[in-house]
Design a protein around this ligand. Structure first.
Ligand code: SF4
Length: 361
């Protein structure tokens, strides 16, 4: 275990754990400046458990029904060595895949440890590259460095070698009706696939192989119309790859972020947890509600502090550097005199306040 991993283990202590996955990494890139989330995720701490411990349990998440439906759909598509998936790739996408091998990487023998599964994935992908084998890899275990700490990721299926390129295949149970799918769900799936592509490219680079061997197109498999039958489409990920790589590269190294913790602090449940979490800077914004388990806790904190962050990025930008709701209200009603740097925004706030009084009066 390296020094960073040992430090993260110490900080995690006996907090409930939750591994990074493509969904959490894609969400991380929506608020890359949030140190709190970055540290908790790097230490593999279960943020939902922390939120419950703080008295602000998350009130969203995938329903058990959706999880079960997703698992059933994936199992059906991958049954009999991915026979259905292969037929789909040939018939729907018209891909010419002559002979295809199938490797189940869910476990290696009886060993399901991350390190062993990742080593086996490396070995088999390396061999497939050298031998130009067309193979479906079921649940390979990839690794992606997030702010200097490794995260293990498990795509549904990687990487059939088609015309010499490896493709990520993402299986989602949401429906495609008349060839149209919900754009939000497609965008989320595309961002998650981009995370897998980056992890696969990292592995290829570690093997000394060209990252260009990993296609920028993922294959998205969804449910067709109102049936449980699958359909597939190629999704171009170039935009998502650019966004995710740029935001991951901007993240401050986890080692630097660990220095922000109070000495000896850990994420173990107990009376000191609230103070430890409060000591880590957060960047709450209303869209945290749709992608972070700590959203209710961070919103309560931002509201209690009177922070304009609770009002959203648009309002923060409009307020041009004023960071407290109290200051904004004081400038609006004239009870605070603005400094020269806030003269413009103060004039706008006073005008808005006057209009509001006229309308109300
Ligand atoms: S909810 Fe809190 S911890 Fe999560 S991203 Fe937002 S500010 Fe960060």
């Amino acid at each position: 275990m390296n020094d960073l991993a040992a430090r993260l283990d110490r900080v995690r202590d006996d907090a409930p754990t939750c591994r990074h996955n493509a969904r959490t990494i894609a969400a991380l890139t929506t608020n890359p400046g949030c140190v709190r989330r970055a540290l908790l995720d790097a230490a593999s701490v279960d943020k939902a458990a922390i939120a419950r411990e703080l008295g602000h349990p998350p009130q969203f998440g995938q329903s058990q029904f959706a999880i079960t439906r997703g698992n059933t759909f994936e199992a059906m598509v991958k049954a009999n060595g991915c026979a259905e998936l292969l037929a789909l790739l040939r018939d729907t996408l018209g891909l010419s895949i002559p002979e295809v091998g199938y490797v189940d990487l869910n476990t290696v023998g009886d060993n399901a440890s991350n390190v062993v599964r990742h080593q086996r994935t490396r070995q088999l992908l390396g061999r497939a590259i050298r031998d130009h084998e067309a193979t479906l890899f079921d649940h390979p275990l990839l690794r992606l460095d997030i702010a200097g700490a490794p995260a293990y990721l498990e795509p549904d299926v990687v990487a059939v070698q088609i015309d010499g390129l490896f493709h990520v295949i993402e299986i989602k149970s949401f429906p495609v009706i008349d060839e149209q799918a919900d754009p939000t769900q497609v965008a989320t799936a595309a961002k998650q696939s981009a995370v897998y592509v980056l992890a696969l490219r990292q592995l290829f680079a570690e093997l000394g192989e060209s990252q260009e061997l990993v296609s920028h197109k993922a294959i998205l498999v969804c449910a067709r119309d109102f049936t449980n039958r699958p359909t597939a489409a190629m999704v171009d990920l170039r935009k998502q790859l650019a966004v995710v790589s740029r935001q991951l590269s901007r993240m401050t190294s986890i080692e630097n972020l660990l220095e922000l913790l109070p000495p000896g602090a850990t994420f173990a449940p107990g009376p000191e947890l609230g103070d430890t979490i409060a000591a880590i800077p957060a960047r709450y914004a209303p869209d945290c509600m749709s992608h972070c388990d700590l959203a209710f806790a961070c919103r309560a904190e931002a509201r209690a502090a009177g922070s304009v962050d609770a009002l959203g990025r648009g309002v923060c930008d409009d307020l041009g550097g004023i960071d407290s709701v109290g200051t904004a209200l004081g400038l609006a009603d004239g009870s605070f005199a603005p400094g020269p740097e806030h003269a413009d925004i103060a004039a706008i706030l006073r005008a808005a306040h006057r209009l509001r009084l006229e309308i109300a009066g």
